[in-house]
Design a binder for this molecule. Sequence first.
Ligand code: C5P
Length: 236
Amino acid sequence: MKQKDVIIALDFKDKAETLAFLDRFTEEKPFVKIGMELFYGEGPDIVREIKARGHSIFLDLKLHDIPMTVRKAMRNLARLGVDMTNVHAAGTADMMKAALEGLREGAQEAGLPCAKLIAVTQLTSTSEERMQRELLINAPINDTIIHYAKNAKEAGLCGVVCSPLEAAMVKEACGKEFLTVTPGIRYPGAGVQDQVRVTSPSDAKEIGTDYIVVGRPITAAEDPVAAYHRVCGDFL
Ligand code: C5P
């Protein structure tokens, strides 16, 4: 697993569509992200199958529950041999520590390397206004992102998911070794769909984020392999 990479979001409805997409990549095995839709639809076997094909996997299930439950769930996920996975920082530092313990236990039991554990700070779909009004968090959203990132670091996690525009402030607060994994990547002039704050691959490189997560600019492209190469050329 590289320390800086392009991660393709496999936001497909089922295994058949997903594998047909991956079959197009004959020369290389891109790092991929498996999210809730695919995991809940196909079960853990989809992870095993894609892993067996030689891809690095970010399993994006955003766990958030009481610490013991998260610890046991992570122990099971670790046995799948994923390379990166995540929890919600809102579950507290105790929950994040428990998640890390579970991940380490599971990896050790299975004789596998331990996955990188990262935290979601504030979802990019949560606006500052809603966070304050509905969640009663009476602080600027950037302060909560930094605070949650620091909690994640203290709990022993190795990074956070954040928008590229937040990556610089997270690095400043938590150090440049603390990983930032950033979705919301778009080329100027292309449709942004439901993403609001977007950044191009070369700007993400400039900002110094470690991993970019790219979905539709690659998966919906006429030639996904060429689109992937373009993104890699601009970011890596
Ligand atoms: O297609 P697109 O490039 O927008 O896909 C981005 C991927 O990153 C999707 O899988 C989306 O769920 C995920 N993501 C995001 N924003 C976050 C966290 C995850 O867009 N804050």
